[in-house]
Ligand binder design. Structure first.
Ligand code: HEM
Length: 484
């Protein structure tokens, strides 16, 4: 029976990734702790030759990886109608309502509705409005580094940038000051880090769910970690305070407005109505999606600049030209081309979200093939592999920000660079993440020179499910700049 299932792709003329085992399919490869998932996907990607697709089996469920920029654009943009959804889990335990309501999980018209309410929070006008708030946190980070250097010779990147992004997102999403940077730790920080930890019991539960989804649902197994309830309580408390008090114009206010429109029958504006559980879910999602990804990206940029001193100096020069008394305006920061190029190139080399997926909503013929995907088929897009493919990037392992400066930038083949995904369901927080990263890197570079700790100049990586991280102990030496 299992052998028959593992023939699904061969019968359709699609090459299959090597190493499928009866019953398990390729699952043992995906969950192997020895081998990060992006490297496994890359090994398969590179073995494909001219084929643009490759079949996998998650247990016995066939999934398809697409390995071609034109197909990537077809799925994510042109034929989006067929691929509105990501993989849908639909947990049945009441405890999992928050997980089911998160934008990343929502499907069809419900996803469109929530996204339409949240999108206005991320316009460039809104970003400009939040700039002073983020700047305060970047200044607090400089103070933190200054204090740390009194007793330490180097700064741990993940910790320092994790504290910063958590403060920023908590402040901008729902006006919460966590004081992480002042105290060097916070309950928020511990709780959010726990969510990213994968205990063996959790892994077993997830594997059980993937093997027996229907049985898991009948058993009403819950997948929500206790820390999520901590955040739920904090957010509900904040909402109560908001109901009694003034507005801040942050993400939470926008969502509450949408809920209030629903309860006001005289309202003429047609906003998608959000339930309380949806508002709580999106607030928690912003913390989860905005904390780790951005902190890791900033850490990667810092480390690459420490490894490549000439790029660091060139970038500092650009920043000095636009800084007035140590301050850079929103407009000037967003227009700083070399800063943008350094971050873009870092995200090419280290796309923290190294893989994304879509789920088919109706039968779809994969362009250029005879493969017809049925409803609910899952398609995987190997972001890391596209970013490291020598067919699209010369000398792909070299850090070369110039690729993202004109005129080179115009030569980048579309569909080969997607650190924030592509199309209508791309990363909603992209502008926010870039502003946050640019601002803090600019501040640091104007005040400190970053160099590698002697003997520790190679970048080591770690993995949490779905995300690439720098290893926990990645550190740099920060030397205060003497004014020239
Ligand atoms: C450097 C930082 C970040 C990176 C590299 C990143 C990357 C991504 C990627 C690759 C996706 C999937 C896109 C797709 O499937 O096409 C995604 C989705 C998402 N991201 Fe980000 N992200 C970052 C920061 C943020 C921030 C700061 C927030 C929130 C404030 C955020 C919120 C989200 C949400 C809510 C989704 C799901 C969107 C949807 O399903 O409609 N991300 N992100």
């Amino acid at each position: 029976y299992s052998k028959h299932h593992l023939n699904y792709w061969a019968l359709r003329g699609v090459p299959t990734a090597p190493g499928a085992l009866p019953i398990l399919g390729h699952m043992h490869k995906f969950i192997s702790k020895k081998y990060p998932r992006w490297l496994y996907a890359d090994e398969v990607y590179r073995s494909l030759g001219d084929s643009t697709v490759c079949g996998f089996y998650e247990m016995m469920k066939p999934t398809l990886m697409i390995a071609d920029p034109e197909l990537v654009k077809a799925v994510l943009i042109k034929d989006f109608d067929y691929f509105v959804d990501r993989r849908i889990f639909n947990f049945t335990s009441d405890k999992d309502e928050i997980l089911n309501e998160m934008l990343t999980q929502a499907s069809g018209t419900h996803w469109k509705g929530i996204r339409s309410v949240l999108s206005p929070s991320f316009t460039s006008g809104r970003m400009k409005g939040m700039y002073p708030l983020v700047e305060q946190k970047a200044d607090a980070l400089l103070d933190y580094i200054h204090r740390e250097l009194k007793t330490k010779t180097s700064i741990k990147l993940k910790k320092c940038f994790g504290l910063y992004t958590l403060e920023v997102i908590s402040s901008c999403a729902f006006g919460m000051d966590t004081n992480s940077l002042r105290d060097g730790h916070s309950t928020f920080n511990t709780q959010v880090e726990n969510i990213f930890k994968t205990s063996t019991i959790r892994m077993i539960k997830i594997i059980f769910f993937l093997c027996f989804p229907k049985l898991s649902n009948v058993l009403k197994m819950s997948f929500t970690q206790p820390e999520v309830f901590f955040f739920r309580d904090v957010i509900i408390e904040t909402i109560k305070q908001r109901e009694a008090g003034e507005k801040r114009g942050d993400f939470l206010d926008l969502m509450m407005e949408s809920r209030d429109h629903q309860s006001d029958p005289t309202s003429k504006t047609s906003k998608y109505p959000l339930k309380m559980s949806t508002i709580v879910a999106e607030s928690i999602l912003f913390i989860l999606a905005g904390y780790d990804t951005t902190a890791n990206t900033i850490s990667f940029v810092a480390f690459l600049l420490a490894q490549h001193q000439s790029h660091q100096q060139r970038l500092r020069q650009e920043l000095r030209e636009i800084a007035v008394d140590g301050t850079i305006s929103y407009q000037d920061l967003m227009e700083a081309k070399y800063l943008d190029a350094c971050i873009s190139e870092t995200l090419r080399l280290y796309p923290v979200a190294h893989f994304t997926e879509r789920q088919c909503t109706k039968p779809y013929t994969v362009p250029g093939t005879k493969v017809v995907l049925t409803e609910k088929s899952v398609i995987g897009i190997p972001i890391w592999s596209l970013h490291h493919d020598p067919r699209y990037w010369s000398d792909p392992e070299t850090f070369s920000p110039d690729r993202f400066l004109p005129p080179n930038k115009d030569q980048i083949k579309s569909g080969t660079y997607l650190p924030f995904g592509l199309g209508p369901r791309n990363c909603i927080g992209m502008r926010f993440a870039l502003m946050e990263a640019k601002l803090v890197l600019a501040k640091i570079l104007l005040h400190y020179e970053m160099t590698c700790v002697p003997g520790k100049d190679s970048l080591t990586l770690s993995e949490v499910p779905g995300l690439m991280r720098p290893s926990e102990d990645l550190s740099l030496v920060f030397t205060p700049m003497t004014q020239e």
